[in-house]
Design a protein around this ligand. Structure first.
Ligand code: SAM
Ligand code: SF4
Length: 324
């Protein structure tokens, strides 16, 4: 599918639940988000039906996210079903890693094409402070288990936020000691994220170079996303940056998002898209859904304007229902 600016849209992120077993400072309030009711969240058969339609429209890659996808019952079955849809070439998962260890064998069995583990600190106290309730040892154990599958494509996602004095170099070291890529994601002013400032890519690079030497830009594109990567001498994995604000990549955006309530979002910043759940539950046919998706994609905004004030149609949903 192409949007009105000629961008090919072939990647969709599905948030399959807004529930989560962590409470990261920049994502959820302490008491948790006001959760969507069971009826509001798409049922698996609705996700699968939409995925078939997305595949017909040229969507090739699906990312399963949340909330924490692994807290939703039978999430694996959903992933396996989506893996079998004709036209879908890759199904990947983004997880906080807490429950991952329990599901790894099955994820590998269904042929998961990649797993991103979010990990903002390896330090027990700091991890607890950032996630409010998390035990980093569980995530480390999941990572160690995942590393036993040499063919599994693994990435670590870390969100640094300025002023919090995060121990980022420990996270960087994961790519030295293991064949995993470590990516730093600029915090976006959405939901709880509005309370924090992103840490500039240049500041993170300076910190890394001071300890590990020059970061050499990598020509190869790794994965489906907007990260740009660097190599460090002696490192097994690469260091990546997803810098939506300081290095805007909207011109090459290839993605759309489906919230857990079935709203098709065409840009992270705006409430612009299509309420597919409403259409499904009103009895829309596949071709009507297809038309609604096409129309929404044609209206995909050219770019975000996170640095601009007074935005019309600004997103009010929480990151957990959008899926990151
Ligand atoms: N629970 C899973 C996890 O943490 O990986 C999946 C959902 S989470 C919303 C997906 C990603 O979004 C995580 O890597 C998280 O760190 C990131 N994220 C959450 N809020 C963010 C924000 N305001 N800006 C940038 N990234 C954010
Ligand atoms: Fe949960 Fe992921 Fe949000 Fe953290 S970032 S609260 S793990 S959904």
């Amino acid at each position: 599918m192409r949007d009105s600016y000629g961008r090919t849209i072939d990647y969709i992120r599905l948030s399959i639940t807004d529930r989560c077993n962590l409470r990261c400072l920049y994502c959820m309030p302490e008491q948790g988000v006001e959760l969507c009711g069971h009826d509001e969240v798409l049922r698996y058969e609705e996700f699968v039906r939409l995925c078939r339609i997305f595949a017909n429209l040229g969507m090739k890659k699906v990312k399963i996210t949340g909330g924490e996808a692994l807290v939703r019952k039978d999430a694996l079955h959903l992933m396996e079903t989506i893996k079998h849809i004709e036209g879908i070439e890759q199904v990947t998962l983004t997880t906080n890693g807490v429950l991952l260890g329990d599901y790894l064998d099955d994820l590998v069995k269904i042929g998961i094409d990649g797993i991103n583990i979010s990990l903002d600190s390896l330090d027990r106290d700091e991890f607890k402070r950032i996630t409010r309730v998390g035990d980093v040892e569980k995530v480390k154990a999941s990572l160690q288990k995942a590393l036993r599958y040499p063919k599994l494509k693994l990435k670590i996602n870390c969100v640094p936020f300025d002023g919090e004095n995060q121990k980022l170099l420990d996270v960087v070291a994961l790519a030295e000691d293991n064949p995993v890529h470590v990516r730093f994601i600029e915090i976006m002013p959405i939901g709880e994220g509005k309370k924090y400032h992103f840490m500039h890519e240049d500041a993170i690079k300076a910190l890394i170079e001071e300890k590990y030497g020059i970061l050499t830009p990598c020509a190869d594109k790794l994965g489906n996303g907007p990260s740009h990567y660097f190599s460090l001498r002696g490192f097994q994995g690469k260091i990546g940056f997803i810098s939506a604000i300081s290095h805007k990549f909207c011109h090459e955006c290839n993605r759309i998002r489906l919230t857990c309530t079935g709203y098709l979002k065409t840009c992270l910043q705006y409430e612009i898209g299509a309420d597919l759940r409403e259409l499904i539950r009103q009895g829309a046919s596949d071709s009507m859904l297809e038309a609604a998706i096409r129309q929404a994609v044609l209206k995909k905004p050219l770019e975000h304007a996170f640095l601009q004030k007074d935005i019309v149609f600004e997103e009010h949903a929480k990151m957990a229902s959008i899926g990151g």
